[in-house]
Design a protein around this ligand. Structure first.
Ligand code: UGA
Length: 441
């Protein structure tokens, strides 16, 4: 089938590359000329394992190309994915201006009836708004609406986005016409044939809600275990064992029960906030999600409290921070919890020595001389009064207690991502605060 993807950011590019991989002819469109230029040269402008290879294969075989020309992108397409950004407004509600512009683009340039698919995360009832926009555009030209509107949310995680998209645990398609459902079935048929997964066919509104409900639930799971972590620290119980044992219950499940520095990234913080707004606009106060947010803010403050407890004044100290990406295997720092930790330290006048294997270029100009960017974890830790883990990059696990003890000026470790075994650190004479465990020191 002929597929167009409007917006080739993280979600759009993964969608385009995987659609090409399963056999469709794909054209990606973006208004950002430099991004399109970079893609034309075969370069993925962000870090996502496996995507570069998929893009190169698609470009070499001619099954994927990119353009800044809307007419070129939308001539003769069966399906158009809208993958544009939905940035948060000042009040936390999502800004849907780009979604509306994408709909207008389809209406102006599509040369035949097509299925318009919302892939961007949007509030429930956005499908109706898109339909309304398409109808008005058509009426202004004296025509009637010929396009279908579909919601097909993505559930990909950064760092495993290609795998999540090629081998999804479910495909959700919301459409209000049998014809649109039929087109979407055909679109996903090669994937369903190769990989057996539930195909949830529903109406547009339900599909839209599935996405926000899923992300809000996962964020709530994380906040729940972070609240339990505080109880574990106060009692000397072990949150890891609590989570493991809870996870054996099939009704609960182990995943997303990792206590730590709280959730960040471009999705959970924005989507939880948006869902609270959407609910409120519909007359429902989603207090549970406001509490999820409060616990997440508290989780991000946890390292500062531990540093104060162990070091007393922190403004005159040097602190090593390991990791700034919002999670490992990505260079994305959007809403990364580490940023809150570093901001708080910088506000105190603390000297920060920061290492991250891939994300440092994104913070190069952020704090000026207050934060020293280091090429290795060792360089960050040597001479620091304490080390704080903010992202659980696998390479940090390889650092031994003896190395930490030797490099640190004061023997103080704040392990906000449970990278190391606290007992082993304590045995080396280090004072340890490890999230959700007895505080040793
Ligand atoms: C998230 C969802 O997991 C995807 O299903 C969804 O498609 C995506 O948002 C989206 O809406 O586009 P992502 O933001 O890439 O994916 O990252 P996650 O792996 O979900 O992690 C989010 C944050 O939660 C990270 O900061 C991570 O460190 C934190 N987290 C995750 C925890 O603190 N504990 C956990 O147990 C799991």
């Amino acid at each position: 089938m002929n597929v167009a993807v409007i917006g080739v950011g993280h979600v759009g590019l993964v969608t385009a590359a995987t659609m090409a991989k399963i056999g469709h002819n794909v054209i990606g469109f973006d208004i950002d000329e430099s991004k399109v230029e970079s893609l034309r040269n075969g370069i993925v402008p962000f870090h996502e394992p496996g995507l570069q290879e998929l893009l190169t294969a698609g470009m070499d075989s001619g099954s994927i190309r990119v353009t800044t020309d809307a007419a070129d992108a939308l001539s003769d397409v069966d399906v158009v994915f809208i993958c544009v950004g939905t940035p948060r407004r000042e009040d936390g509600s999502p800004n849907l201006t780009y979604v509306q512009s994408a709909a207008a683009m389809v209406s102006t340039h599509a040369t035949r009836p097509t299925v318009v698919v919302e892939k961007s995360t949007v509030p429930v009832q956005t499908g109706e708004r898109i339909r309304q926009a398409l109808t008005l555009q058509a009426q202004s030209r004296g025509q009637s609406l010929t396009h279908d509107v579909v919601s097909n949310p993505e559930f990909l995680k950064e760092g495993t986005a290609v795998e999540d998209t090629l081998y999804p645990d479910r495909i959700v398609v919301g459409a209000d016409s049998a014809a649109a459902h039929e087109v979407m079935r055909r679109l996903y048929e090669p994937q369903l044939a190769a990989h057996d997964c539930p195909y949830v066919a529903t109406d547009v509104k339900t599909a839209e809600l599935i996405k926000h409900a899923s992300n809000a639930f996962l964020a709530t799971k994380i906040s729940f275990i972070n609240a339990v972590a505080r109880i574990c620290e106060a009692t000397g119980a072990d949150v890891e064992t609590v989570a493991d044992a809870m996870g054996h219950d099939g009704r609960i499940g182990r995943s997303f029960l990792n206590a730590g520095l709280g959730y960040g990234g471009s999705c959970f913080p924005k989507d939880v906030e948006a869902f609270i707004h959407i609910a409120s606009d519909l007359g429902y106060d989603f207090g549970l999600l406001r509490e999820t947010e409060r616990i997440n803010r508290e989780a991000k403050r946890w390292p500062i409290g531990q540093l104060r407890r162990m070091l007393w004044n922190i403004g005159d100290k040097t602190i090593a921070i390991l990791g700034v990406a919002f999670k490992p295997h990505t260079d994305d720092i959007r809403d990364a919890p580490a940023l809150d930790v570093i901001d708080a330290l910088v506000a105190e006048g603390t000297t920060v020595r920061l290492h991250d294997p891939v994300a440092l270029p994104h913070v190069a100009d952020r704090w000026g001389r207050a934060v020293v960017l280091c090429d290795s974890a060792e360089e960050a830790i040597r001479g620091a009064h304490a080390v704080v883990t903010c992202t659980e990059w696998p390479e940090y696990e390889k650092l031994t207690p003896a190395q930490l003890a030797e490099w640190l000026e004061f023997p103080v470790v704040v392990d906000a991502r449970k990278v190391w075994d606290p007992e082993a650190l304590a045995a080396e004479g280090l004072n340890v605060a490890s999230v959700g465990r007895q505080l040793l020191g």
